[in-house]
Structure formats: structure tokens, C-alpha cells
Design a protein around this ligand. Structure first.
Ligand code: PBG
Length: 327
């Protein structure tokens, strides 16, 4: 590169048209996946207090919301079940009920927007009375007995019409267990999006209010990853790919952009990043205080996650971003 004054990088920044011409990363609604919380009961549209603009929806209230999401050209949604305490038990058995909230939601969504890709979160924490992502024995979460329950849940989602199942529990071997069970039960074509590198993160705080999934004792550090570990994240991803993952995920996104970049460099599978609840709530809180320009910050955040290497971003900002872009 010839140094200054031959090279002047400001030449290509001089006008909006020039900047548009040389922009390296473009974010659009097409890159986004929108999470939805599905509640029991009827006529529920309840705002999540820590996540302004996000709601728990009962299945009967979904069609209008789904029509809007589809009209905004958001290509995919990610479903979470939210249960009343009385519907939960030690094993999270409501999660593989073929008429459970998520299963009913999948069918309702497919009726109004058959083209919308429906991804389901596969985990036990939203369905267990103790709030852990696996079964509990002697105050611990044993790995292997949990696998069968996760696989049962994944098959039930596939049977209801889920396009992709996404295990988020962080048990070892869950991708292989789910793949084998899906194949055995006639769902060989259902892809798995593995929450491959999922960290034990404080950024999930608002989600746990939304999904009522806070562990009743202890925390998730014995199964989710230590935020300090980057090499281990690559091993997690490698194992999930070996077990049959079709897409991989890094979660959370913003404090882990280095891992998104590393995953992009190491692996060729579609790479998803989860811009999680805490990341959303911080933006909303700062914006409500008038401290930041929300729209500008959201574009910058989503662009940065894509620039780091993510192909797709799961984000609660999706509808507002898509609306702003279409104006
Ligand atoms: C379930 C699950 C969680 C999130 C996605 N799936 C919570 C957790 O692991 O505690 C977090 C999503 C978010 O914070 O937006 N295991």
C-alpha cells in the first residue's frame, strides 16, 4: 500500500453514494430470526417487563403477529414455550406433549404462513419445576438420562411441523441423540441448529423472566460454558458438527464476537449468532433514557455481528429493524 499522501482513505468516505458503493457488510431483514414466547391459555398478549416491545403470546393470538412478521420479510421465527408452574414437572414432560404450547403454535403458524421457517428451542428448562435444562438427581443434572427426553421433545416438534430443531441445553451428546431419534422416527430431513457454543451468561437475565425458566437452585455453570474459554468453544462446535449439526450457533453475540469470527474461520456450516435478551434490554433501557439513538445502535450492533462472520442473527430487534428498513 502506498502511504499518504498517495493513499487517502477518506476519498471513498466523501459522500453517502461513495460510502454505499464500498460498504462491505449489508444487514437486512433476510438475515434475521425472530424469537417468540408462546404461553398457555387464550387471549394472552402480555408484555415482558424487562424486554419492552416483546410479549408472551397465546396460540390464538399468534396469527396476526405472524402475518406481520411474514409481511416484514423476516424469514424465520424461533419458538419458546412458557408454562404456568402447575404445568411443569420434574422431567419437563409437557415439552413432548404433541398438543403442547409449542406444538400448537407450530401448526397455527404453518396455517397462516407456510413459508415462514419455524425453528423450535429444544430444552427442558422452560418445562421443569426446578428450572434446569436437564433432569435433576441428587442436586445435579446428570447428562445421559437427559438425552432421551430432549430427543423426545425434538421429535414431537418435528411431528408438529417444525422446520428446524435447535437444542439449547448444552448436554454432551444431545445432537447425536436427537439426530438418531429423528432419523428413526421418520424425520431424517429435519435439520438441527445446535446452540454449539453457549456460554453461562448474565446476559440471559431478562429471558428467564420471559420464559419463567430461572433455576430454582444453583446455576447452569455445570453444563453451559465458561465465558473465559475460546478454544473449548471450538471443540464444542467441532463435536456438534461431528454429531450431525446442520447449522451452528454462538451465544451470546456481542461479548463473543471473537468466537463468531473464529467459528467462521474454522467451519463452513451456516453460522448463527444469538443477540440475546440482555443485549436487547440494555439497548431498550438506554434508549428509554434518551441516552442513545436506538435505531442507529441496532443497525450498528447487527452489522457488527454479521461483519464478525454470522450468516444469521437471532434478535428481538427483528420486527422493529425490518419496519425501519422498509420505510
Ligand atoms: C434455554 C434458553 C435460554 C436462552 C435461550 N434458550 C436461557 C438459558 O439458557 O438460561 C436465552 C435467550 C436469551 O437470553 O435471549 N436453555
Amino acid at each position: 500500500m502506498s502511504p499518504f499522501p498517495i493513499t487517502r482513505l477518506r476519498r471513498l468516505r466523501a459522500s453517502a453514494a461513495l460510502r454505499d458503493l464500498v460498504r462491505e457488510t449489508e444487514i437486512s431483514a433476510r438475515d434475521l430470526i425472530y424469537p417468540l414466547f408462546i404461553a398457555e391459555g387464550a387471549n394472552v398478549q402480555q408484555e415482558i417487563s424487562a424486554m419492552p416491545g416483546q410479549y408472551r403470546w397465546s396460540v390464538d393470538r399468534l396469527p396476526r403477529e405472524i402475518e406481520q412478521i411474514a409481511a416484514l420479510k423476516i424469514p424465520a421465527v424461533l419458538l419458546f414455550g412458557v408454562l404456568e408452574p402447575a404445568s411443569k414437572d420434574q422431567t419437563g414432560s409437557a415439552s413432548w406433549d404433541d398438543h403442547g404450547v409449542v406444538q400448537n403454535a407450530i401448526r397455527a403458524i404453518k396455517r397462516v404462513a407456510p413459508e415462514l421457517v419455524v425453528i423450535t428451542d429444544v430444552c427442558l428448562c422452560e418445562y421443569t419445576s426446578h428450572g434446569h435444562c436437564g433432569i435433576v438427581k441428587d442436586g445435579r443434572v446428570p447428562n445421559d438420562p437427559t438425552l432421551e427426553l430432549l430427543a423426545r421433545q425434538a421429535v414431537s416438534h418435528a411431528r408438529a411441523g417444525a422446520d428446524i430443531v435447535a437444542p439449547s441445553d448444552m448436554m454432551d451428546g444431545r445432537v447425536a441423540a436427537i439426530r438418531a431419534t429423528l432419523d428413526r422416527d421418520g424425520f431424517a430431513d429435519t435439520p438441527i441448529l445446535a446452540y454449539a457454543a453457549k456460554f453461562a451468561s448474565g446476559f440471559y437475565g431478562p429471558f428467564r423472566e420471559a420464559a419463567a425458566s430461572t433455576p430454582q437452585f444453583g446455576d447452569r455453570r455445570a453444563y453451559q460454558m465458561d465465558p473465559a474459554n475460546a478454544r473449548e468453544a471450538l471443540r464444542e462446535i467441532e463435536l456438534d458438527i461431528a454429531e450431525g449439526a446442520d447449522l451452528i450457533m454462538v451465544k451470546p453475540a456481542l461479548a463473543y464476537l471473537d468466537l463468531i469470527a473464529k467459528a467462521r474461520a474454522h467451519f463452513d456450516l451456516p453460522l448463527v449468532a444469538y443477540n440475546v435478551s440482555g443485549e436487547y434490554s440494555m439497548v431498550k433501557a438506554a434508549s428509554a433514557n434518551g441516552w442513545i439513538d436506538e435505531q442507529r445502535i441496532v443497525i450498528e450492533i447487527l452489522t457488527a455481528i454479521k461483519r464478525a462472520g454470522a450468516d444469521l442473527i437471532i434478535t428481538y430487534h427483528a420486527p422493529e429493524f425490518a419496519k425501519a428498513m422498509s420505510q
